[in-house]
Design a protein. Structure first.
Length: 71
């Protein structure tokens, strides 16, 4: 997963696309884990954290845009 500085370099559209991709991957992991246990169930936790990082960055940008509409 990308680190904080990499996330800041993403465009808004790329960030949205990354969120969709990570969420879809998380759903696939959950379904696969429900059918038969994953070899590495820590991937579920890592995926949730990645989605949270992406959503946090998106929220930060939205809040920043709302407080500084001129930029």
């Amino acid at each position: 997963m990308k680190n904080k500085t990499d996330l800041k370099g993403l465009s808004a559209e790329a960030l949205k696309e990354q969120i969709k991709t990570e969420q879809a991957q998380g759903q696939q992991l959950r379904f696969a884990h429900a059918i038969s246990p994953l070899e590495n169930p820590a991937r579920l936790k890592a995926n949730r954290k990645n989605v949270a990082r992406l959503l946090t960055e998106q929220t930060r940008r939205n809040n920043e845009q709302a407080t500084n509409p001129a930029q």
